[in-house]
Design a protein around this ligand. Structure first.
Ligand SMILES: NC(=O)C1=CN([C@@H]2O[C@H](COP(=O)(O)OP(=O)(O)OC[C@H]3O[C@@H](n4cnc5c(N)ncnc54)[C@H](O)[C@@H]3O)[C@@H](O)[C@H]2O)C=CC1
Ligand SMILES: O=C(O)C(=O)Cc1ccc(O)cc1
Length: 366
């Protein structure tokens, strides 16, 4: 029998989940988005099987309901569905980046006998909207589930089995631990990225040329500052306690760094960078999607007309998809650096081979 999945919020994550789940032929995906053009686009480009006209009606025929909306909106909708006549066996889940407040809101659902299992696919990007959705977004990424500690194991198994088709690594964690860990590796870095951009904006008023100099390092570090502000507003508000702790630790770290500067002790400064390099270099290699779904390849290119189309032509001929392209630096007398982004590590590896086969340009991975 076909399972009916109802996804509410058809942006990057809801859309990608819909595409991933649609790989299972025993599934029908109904979608809803408050932004009607997004809903229509989702249907037109085949992200969903059917459009829901009324939220309540679609929810009442669903076997699985997924909230893929910004997390404050998710809580509002979770309260709204309390008044609806959902199927007795329905499983409700979400994709939100925070879990504590969501699981607190889920207590009311549970009191009404509705199963709620929190979910968070740890993959995504700074992009948003249904057009950015990709079926393979969650492949090899961690997909965290936060069931209530005494949740019926069968229900968790049903949801886990359903999500297997996305090829994500599904792991159960406690909601509090989830919010602590994601504050460290995702939410707090977002605050740092945004604050660095603010710092640049301030400096740029005095030295307007500064912005022009914002090359690789600054861009790498601040890419996530280009994410959806509403989504991050909600995450920040919901996880403010953990974020405030992280900020405190960061402030202490900055004071430590300032002392290093004041003492100008070369050995200590080198040690500081050495330790950071070691920890960074030893981070587990995350395959496609795990946290950073952008795989950049740097290509040293000579500055002559047509060089970029030459490279993209070779990649197109080998059917290697690229997601972004930018030039970090081009001057007449030196090689420029072309940065090509790929959605998977595999595509990037193919691109390295393709460029080596067709050109003498050097490629490297940052
Ligand atoms: N962007 C990312 O990289 C990741 C995001 N998440 C989480 O997934 C959720 C969705 O994020 P994205 O897809 O990136 O955002 P998005 O901005 O791409 O999509 C959100 C969609 O929800 C719709 N929406 C808003 N309020 C609604 C409502 N009341 N009813 C129906 N639709 C509504 C919007 O119109 C939009 O199409 C968020 O909770 C976010 O924290 C989780 C993992 C990664
Ligand atoms: O763009 C990136 O690298 C991200 O970190 C994407 C992301 C954003 C929010 C999440 O809850 C999980 C992953």
């Amino acid at each position: 029998m076909k399972q009916t999945i109802f996804i509410i919020g058809l942006g990057l994550i809801g859309g990608s989940l819909a595409l991933g789940l649609k790989r299972n032929e025993h599934v029908t995906v109904i979608g809803y988005d408050a932004h009607t053009p997004s809903l229509r686009t989702a249907k037109r480009i085949g992200v969903i099987d059917e459009m829901a006209v009324h939220l309540k009606e679609a929810a009442e025929i669903a076997d699985i309901i997924v909230f893929a909306t910004p997390v404050n909106e998710t809580i509002r909708l979770m309260n709204e569905i309390l008044a609806w006549d959902l199927k007795e066996q329905v499983i409700v889940t979400d994709t939100g980046s925070t879990k504590n407040e969501i699981m607190k809101a889920a207590i009311s659902l549970r009191e009404q006998g509705i199963t709620f299992i929190g979910g968070h696919p740890m993959a995504g990007s700074h992009k948003s909207g249904v057009e950015a959705a990709r079926a393979h977004l969650f492949e090899n990424a961690y997909y965290l589930l936060t069931p209530f500690p005494n949740e019926n194991k069968e229900e968790v198994t049903i949801l886990t089995n359903l999500l297997q088709v996305t090829k994500a690594k599904i792991v159960q964690v406690k909601a509090e631990e989830h919010d602590h860990m994601t504050a460290v590796v995702s939410h707090f870095p977002h605050l740092v990225a945004a604050s660095l951009v603010h710092q640049l904006a301030g400096e740029n008023e005095k030295f307007p040329f500064t912005k022009q100099l914002a090359a690789g390092g600054f861009r790498d570090l601040t890419r996530i500052a280009s994410s959806n502000p509403i989504m991050w507003r909600d995450i920040t508000v919901q996880n403010r306690r953990e974020l405030s702790n992280q900020l405190q630790m960061w402030t202490e770290e900055m004071i430590r760094l300032q002392n290093l500067l004041l003492h100008a002790d070369e050995e200590d400064i080198e040690k500081y960078f050495q330790t950071a390099k070691q920890v960074r270099d030893e981070l587990p290699i995350t395959a496609q999607g795990a946290m950073f779904s952008v795989f950049d390849l740097y290509v040293d290119i000579p500055d002559y007309p047509g060089v970029i189309s030459e490279i993209t032509g070779y990649l197109a001929r080998d059917r290697i998809s690229i997601t972004n392209l930018r030039i970090v630096e081009t001057r007449v007398d030196v090689f420029g650096i072309l940065v090509i982004s790929f959605q998977t590590m595999d595509d990037r590896a193919k691109a390295v081979a393709c460029i080596a086969k067709n050109t003498t340009f050097e490629t490297y991975i940052s």
